[in-house]
Design a protein around this ligand. Sequence first.
Ligand code: ATP
Length: 355
Amino acid sequence: MVTLDLPAPTRTTALACRGLVKAYGTTVAVDGVDLDVPRGTLTALLGPSGCGKTTVLRMIAGLLAPDAGEIVIDGRIVADHRTSVPPEKRPVGLVFQDYALFPHLSVARNVAYGLGDLPRRARREQVHEVLDLVGLGDLGRRLPSALSGGQQQRVALARALAPSPELVLLDEPFSNLDASLRSTVREEVRSILRAADATAVFVTHDQEEALSLADRVAVMQAGRIHQVDEPQTLYTRPATRFVAGFVGEADVLPARRIDTYLVDTALGQLPTTDAVTSPEVAAVIRPESLQVSADPRGTATITGIEYFGHDQLVHVRLADGTSIRARRGPLLDLHRGDRVDVAVLGPIVTFPHAG
Ligand code: ATP
């Protein structure tokens, strides 16, 4: 686990969570979570099922009270050991997994729901504006049941955005959509949030969704955050072994330090991105960094090929019996049983064994 060096919250921080803890009976669901969300950004909380993502989101929303820690939204403490501002008093908009639209209310009235304080005319104008923003300006009179899944989700988003909250929270917002719709809707949601200049946090267990959508991704496991970074940094410089394995594909091999930036592995001597300080470390090999070429005198053997069309995953057994994967283009010029030569492109990331 890495120690996070957190900046002090500033005016540019929309949300700051400090040392959040939450247990359900004897299950510690959230175990000391620190998270800063800069204003105007989209942050993904990414992690496997049961790691505590939804619990964090519900504490930020005010639907659950933390056992310890504090939550600051727009510079105001909304939860700590003394305070717990109720959900309706927090400047937060929520989009639930199932959208939670009122089935008997029209689209416009669903969106107007959170605008009760506004005079009628201002309310109507705000509903109109936000429905235009989500591209549903003409559908205000329809009932939710007469909309597609993607449209229903945009209504839920419009309802969350209508009161101009400081923060929009989305709980697995794309999980109810068909795979074919998902990437289009993702892109739409992203542009809507950008157009509204909203700050948002969304929960997902889908790493592709997190990487493609978020400005920053917080990777969680067993109630803790391992790393918060931009997608590219997360992928190219994972801070822990868990992040390396969960974000993208990776094979982890034992490695021995040869020099400050050089280790010895079953793939030979490899340069490293960072200084190696321990004698024994773990080396992360991404399948796309492995080059495999046919060589009758090669010491590695192909044990299997998974063909996906746009690319293929080639399983290789090295001379010492280590199994490793390589990603290659669509050309099927190698086959199971072929002898091959294997090389690694670029420097690799290493961790201490306990990382
Ligand atoms: P998923 O992706 O499956 O929704 P998650 O990462 O959002 O998972 P949480 O729903 O926050 O995880 O749950 C974290 C842990 O707390 C899990 O072990 C879960 O079983 C447990 N948990 C969640 N809600 C309750 C509850 N109401 N009572 C008891 N245990 C709970």
